[in-house]
Design a binder for this molecule. Structure first.
Ligand code: ADP
Ligand code: MG
Ligand code: MG
Length: 932
């Protein structure tokens, strides 16, 4: 009879005829129970992760409460057909439920001995906390007395009932019904308040101290509150409850939280969720019952010890929700804080040893760390979930390596298992996650530069420098940064900006240095004049301490604990990187402009410098004046005089870098940015300069204005500067070659690769190549040394790609400047794209930001052309990439397929690129195309 009503219900939601062909004879419901399941672990797409693994565990003979999974196709159908179900569903549901009832020996809705059910959601990929679960379905005024009689445990039954009321009202009656409650006004909060009030009145703290009668009274209150608050009765009918539960899970797929989570994680909407309906087992029947969550290895450290938490007399989410402090599952898991709590190992040793064996077995079966959920009902252990556990970088690496050592997996699998970005976590000190949990955050922004940092707030780059000189640790806080701020940025422990995105100046510079940085913290109201920050009702002043978590984009007030980075002493990291190096084909270089960056790069495994930008050197305090003199000089003579002052300092820089790289190739790019970037921005600065140089202010100002360009990015820059002011490039080549010759004389091996930027036409390169060779030969002749040098070009314009067969005749090497190439192929200015690119991504016009990951179809096609045409002319043309993309895993993979010789990225990304390059090689070898 019950069954018939369910049929009627499903019909009443109306099944549409539209896709009846598609649904005829289709299997929509997959049963699992008593050692046999229709599905298995490989069917995640159809059964969701949870359903597939429940089936797999059942097949393995692990005790799992019987149940069935409704496929993701039903979800898709549901949304394609005006929220109706396929016709065949009813019959299949009935049949599956009958099998569950048979195995469990009781019937759903039976007043004498009711079976209770849970309804659980599960998408292909886990979406933690995004979707819904309802427990204890089937409790009604008719079935409650029967259950009390059977269990002889009134308290348990009303505890289960109050949980059902709460979850059902929240998940089915409010959320799935599309009711958007204001903050704190949701039905769950209302019911929580009622329960708190009851506890308060009774003077108790724990849920478990509520008596049967308390809970009974509470349930009545709950029903009243539901009625008044939602204008609806809680359904006192098992079938209505079940259908409501199933519908709510499907409905939750399109819930606000789920939709935005999918957007962030790039999970397609049409995947849908599956629904698993499962016989309930109870961890809340008393002291012989319990529930818990565990990991087959410690997910925070990666250590190979079984790790978990449990609570006696509890159900469902109690462990996770922190209703009571959960106990460690075993003695090994006790900490100073939990020493006094009794473990499952001590409390129920037999059950613990069963659980221990099962988790071992599951890990061996899945060959990866598992995150498991279990419940003990009156001394019997039930497994409720297993899935591959989430982990941080540290533990991902340790687990992967240790699993190879114990022969659970091979090296290739280990290398593929670590997400290259996770390596980052090992290279920077980090905010202690515990401290991060305990302290409220001051403001959130974008995680532009990973790691943690502590320091005192300053508002200008100059202050950052002076304070740092005094030995203070400072955090530079700005609305946004500009090239003039670089020295202050370098002096600061970290950088915080209110504006800008992941590709803003602050973000780029910080990433290059591996410096902690949070950008775009919009909530900051920075009053730089009075040196006050107002944010979320707080006021911070110069000198106040803050802690920055650049990995997560969070900022805290005060000084939080930092955990130091120490990769050189991390045996698992070293081993994994060694395997990666053996596997990869691409060489890895670093972008570094200063000797100390070059040294860092080397310690991270760089095999050369792929880009040394000479202009950064120009900004240093002792040079900027000469640079400005050079720019503002009206005559060749004047320029040469200023350049002569720059020559020795540039030479010193190159000596430092060559020494640091000791025998590894160093690609040096000649001056690239438009000259006006070096000039003072304000009237005062201009005035100061005029006094310093003894040049009339008006003349300076006029010159300054004359350098103004409408489109500096496409203006007088790159080799165009070298062609119009050859003396600049001559000086730079001379500095490079003198440094190289001097070191060669001292028996230091140097391999300079001189790179001409922004070449579009072969004649540009031919001319600059001639200049370079002329000077290089002269310097060598004079110092009577031969240096092995090369002259090449940066490929960053579409025209260069298309005419690569001509350009290659004048180049010893290529290096893709994919930042500019992306700008010019796309006709997109990186500095302005922040206004619309986020919108593009939101609206799915672009899946990815082309400045972060190479746009393979567009920019990538130009690169491919350049490689093919170039190597047709010069078979062994050395080609690399030095744009920001060189350290981004997907772009690295693309470069591998393009057969480039190397990728070059910022020093701190070198290890990431090493791993990404290894993964690309492994994927190619195993013929696996990366899924996207
Ligand atoms: P989530 O996806 O949020 O983890 P679950 O479907 O795993 O949601 O349900 C949450 C918790 O509810 C489980 O960890 C388990 O403790 C409890 N639970 C779910 N189904 C049952 C069941 N059939 N019997 C007992 N407890 C269950
Ligand atoms: Mg779960
Ligand atoms: Mg460029």
């Amino acid at each position: 009879m019950n069954r018939n009503r369910m049929k009627a219900k499903i019909k009443s939601i109306k099944s549409s005829d539209k896709s009846s062909e598609h649904s005829r004879n289709k299997k929509y419901v997959y049963f699992f129970g008593k050692g046999r399941a229709d599905g298995n672990a490989d069917m995640k797409n159809l059964l969701g992760g949870k359903g597939a693994n429940l089936a797999e565990m059942t097949n393995l003979g692990v005790t799992v409460p019987a149940g069935f999974t409704i496929t993701t196709e039903v979800c898709t159908y549901y949304y394609q057909n005006k929220q109706t179900y396929p016709r065949e569903l009813t019959k299949q549901l009935d049949a599956a439920l009958a099998r569950v009832e048979k195995i469990m020996g009781r019937k759903y809705g039976d007043p004498d001995d009711p079976l209770l059910l849970s309804v659980r959601s599960g998408a292909r990929r886990s979406m933690p906390g995004m979707m819904e679960t309802v427990l204890n379905l089937g409790l009604t005024t008719k079935t409650i007395p029967g259950l009390i009689k059977r269990t002889n445990n009134e308290r348990f039954v009303y505890d289960a009932y109050r949980r059902l009321l709460m979850m059902y009202a929240d998940v089915v009656m409010e959320k799935a019904a599309g009711i958007e409650a204001a903050d704190g006004e949701g039905i769950r909060q209302k019911l929580d308040q009622a329960m708190d009030l009851m506890k308060e009145r009774k003077g108790i703290h724990l849920d478990t101290d509520l008596t049967a009668n308390d809970l009974k009274v509470l349930c009545e209150q709950f029903k009243q509150i539901i009625k008044t608050h939602l204008n609806k009765e809680f359904p006192d009918d098992p079938q209505a409850q079940l259908l409501g539960g199933i519908g709510a899970v499907f409905q939750s797929w399109m819930g606000k939280r789920a939709v935005s989570y999918r957007q962030i994680e790039g999970i397609p909407e049409d995947w849908g969720t599956a629904v698993s309906v499962q016989a309930m087992v109870f961890g809340n029947t008393g002291d012989k019952s319990a529930t818990g969550v565990a990991f087959t290895r410690n997910p925070a450290t990666g250590e190979n010890v079984f790790y978990g938490e449990w609570l006696s007399n509890a159900q469902g989410e109690d462990v996770v929700a922190g209703i009571r402090t959960p106990n460690p599952v075993n003695k090994a898991g006790k900490t100073a804080d939990t020493q006094h709590l009794i473990s499952l190992e001590e409390m129920m040793p037999d059950l613990y040893s069963q659980l221990f064996k099962i988790q071992k077995r599951l890990e061996r079966h899945y060959t990866d760390m598992q995150d498991i959920e279990f419940t003990i009902e009156e001394g019997k252990l039930w497994m409720l979930q297993t899935r591959t556990g989430k982990r941080n970088g540290q533990s991902a690496i340790r687990m992967a390596v240790e699993m190879v050592e114990s022969r659970l997996i091979n090296r290739e699998t280990a290398l593929l298992r670590v997400n290259p970005d996770q390596i980052d976590e090992l290279l920077h000190p980090s905010v202690d996650p515990e401290a991060g949990k305990k302290n409220p955050e001051l403001v959130k922004g974008l995680p532009a530069g990973p790691g943690g940092a502590i320091g005192r707030i300053v508002f200008t780059a100059d202050d950052a420098e002076t304070w740092a000189k005094r030995g203070e640790k400072v955090i530079l806080v700005r609305n946004e940064t500009s090239p003039e701020d670089v020295r202050g940025m370098h002096a600061a422990e970290a950088i915080l900006t209110a504006k800008g995105g992941m590709t803003s100046h602050a973000a780029l510079v910080a990433r290059g240095w591996g410096k902690c940085c949070v950008v775009g913290a919009n909530a900051l109201d920075i009053d730089a004049q009075n040196k006050i920050i107002r944010v979320n009702g707080r006021e911070l002043r110069e000198g106040d301490w803050v802690t920055m978590d650049g990995t997560r984009g969070r900022v805290f007030e005060g000084q939080l604990k930092l955990l130091p980075a120490d990769p050189a002493n991390n045996p698992w990291y070293l081993k994994l990187m060694k395997w990666a190096d053996q596997m990869r084909k691409l060489k890895i270089r670093a972008n570094a402009d200063r000797p100390e960056d070059a040294k860092t790069a080397r310690t991270f495994g760089a095999e050369g410098i792929g880009l040394c930008r000479t202009e950064h050197m120009f900004f240093e305090a002792d040079r900027i004046r000469s640079v400005r003199e050079m720019i503002l000089a009206d005559t060749l003579e004047g320029r040469q005089k200023a350049l002569a002052k720059l020559l020795p300092v540039q030479k010193e820089d190159f000596i430092g870098i060559f020494k640091a790289m000791d025998g590894l190739p160093v690609t040096i790019r000649l001056l690239d940015p438009p000259l006006h970037e070096f000039l003072p921005k304000t009237e005062e600065e201009l005035q100061e300069l005029s006094r310093d140089m003894g040049v009339p202010f008006a003349a300076l100002k006029a010159k300054n204005e004359s350098l103004h360009e409408f489109n500096p990015m496409l203006g007088h820059r790159g080799c165009r500067l070298g062609i119009t002011y050859p003396e600049i490039y001559e000086m730079q080549v001379q500095a490079i070659m003198e440094a190289a010759c001097e070191l060669t004389q001292q028996k230091v091996k140097v391999i300079p690769e001189i790179m001409i930027p922004l070449v579009g036409h072969v004649n540009e390169l031919a001319s600059m190549r001639a200049l370079t060779i002329r000077i290089a030969e002269a310097v060598q002749k004079k110092s009577r040394v031969k240096v092995n040098y090369m002259v090449g070009t940066m490929i960053e314009l579409p025209r260069a790609c298309i005419t690569s067969d001509e350009i290659a005749t004048q180049a010893d090497f290529y290096s893709f400047g994919t930042n500019d190439l992306t700008q010019t192929v796309y006709g997109l200015s990186r500095d302005d794209a922040g206004r619309f690119l986020p919108y593009y991504q939101e609206k799915h016009i672009l899946q990815d930001d082309p400045f972060i990951t190479i746009d393979i179809e567009g920019v990538g096609a130009f690169m491919k052309l350049a490689v093919e045409k170039g190597r047709k002319v010069k078979k062994n043309l050395k080609i690399g990439i030095c744009g920001e993309h060189g350290g981004e895993p997907r772009s690295v993979e693309f470069c591998h397929y393009l057969n480039l010789d190397y990728v070059s990225c910022s020093p701190f990304r070198v290890p990431i690129a090493r791993l990404a390059a290894a993964q690309a090689a492994i994927k190619e070898k195993t013929g696996k195309k990366r899924k996207r």
